[in-house]
Design a protein around this ligand. Sequence first.
Ligand code: C2O
Ligand code: CU
Ligand code: CU
Length: 515
Amino acid sequence: MSTRRSKLTRRALIAGGGILGCCVAVSAAGTATFFLANQPESTVGDLAFTTPLDIPPLLEGEPDANGRKIFDLTLQTGRTRILPSGEAETWGVNGPFLGPTLRARRGDVVAFAVRNDLPEETSIHWHGMHLPAIMDGGPHQMIAAGEAWSPEWTVDQPAATLWYHPHPHGETAEHVYRGIAGLFLVDDDESDRLDLPREYGIDDFPLIIQDKNITDGGEMSMDTGSFFEQVGGSANFGILGDTILVNGTWDPYLDVTRSLVRFRILNGSNARFYNLGFDDDRPFRLVATDNGFVPGEPVDLTRLQIGPGERAEIVVAFSEGDDVVLRSFELDGLDRQIGGNDSFDVLNLRAAGPLASSPSSPDDLGSSGQAPTVPDDATERDFELDGHNRINGQEMDMTRINEVIPAGALEVWNVRTNGQPHTFHIHGATSWVLEVNGEEPPAHLRGPKDTVFIGPDHAVRLAVQFDTHVDPGTPYMYHCHILKHEDNGMMGQFVVVEPGTEADVPMTIDGHADH
Ligand code: C2O
Ligand code: CU
Ligand code: CU
């Protein structure tokens, strides 16, 4: 990691320069890497697809005598051969790199033993989960090196593809990048009823897409090829890697054996956006977004933009003999800082033999993901994400409560960006996009969300359904999920309290991590 001093030096170099103004300063600094790194990256047509896609093991919890489901997770370091050129030091959960896919059902009481065998303190956050703030695993629930943390809660939300990752304030980007991440699948009666592919590793696959920079010796580099990391300062979007991994696998292929396949896609990257589609432009159906099923009809797409922290479940039809590539195409109008003009081959899908038939893809996904009707007198709050990692002019402060929310509230949050793109994530709540720049959102934003893309100088109007776990002393977070922005302070804290007690809530808290 670069030191604070070198960042300040770079910041001083570009003082007064806007994002585009940086170019001059960097060419003055004379780094050849910049000129290379600032070219669009592309691996289209370059991969041989020689490595079978790794499928993370499924962990469904061991039932104990009290009917709880017990999950043991150990955070550890390891060595992983990401590229053939050598091994990288990686971090993982119950293994050297990435973590198992967790699975639970609505109504389950889940209990975790999270043991931190990493060399430093961290936390594990359950992204998208509705749960008490003290179990959320944000920056107030740190796990010291060598210690364990035992959160427990009742899963009570619609079926969805959630995920888990570290959330130590200021270090989230590094800890996620090193490899601590995994999916957390929630099932319910509705997901049982819908006739969707659901056999894990057979016709229902996780696809955790991440970008890394790998050195010639095969190590994972914390430096980035990104011009923006090099210049630091307000234009800093963090790591933008040129090696794309799926479930930690580089150059991956997957043998398809069913006529219909469901992919649960997580953009687990620090900053990079993807614009996913197939090289033959075949259509696919979007059936679920971050927090559950798309209401009513699935959305037929040929491209899907997905930003850091977002999830999407898609269903794709295959025929015998298919040999297609899942690709990330260039994104119109999104620039270099989040990889907008890059393109990558992501995963080769081969349907060589005869395909067993899968469940069909239902034309009606029910109403579990339907946006609630927002009453006219709903509380509205405004948030501005600026170009200096601040929200409403303030940097994240662990001791400050920014917002107090009455339990169960359905509110309108108006979130605006200033110059840069961001992805806005709210813990412990489900959001629906009501408007983008005053207009009805595109069809792929109809579903329930917890992490929402907001383009440069865009305004998004969100309906936010908060949960009912009250705790005036322990905040949840909201923040940009471009991890460098989050680490640099683009984050705020809210508490959920008994309605009517809002005025009594202390607006400062002990900022030290509690256990
Ligand atoms: Cu995915 Cu606050 O986190
Ligand atoms: Cu989260
Ligand atoms: Cu951001």
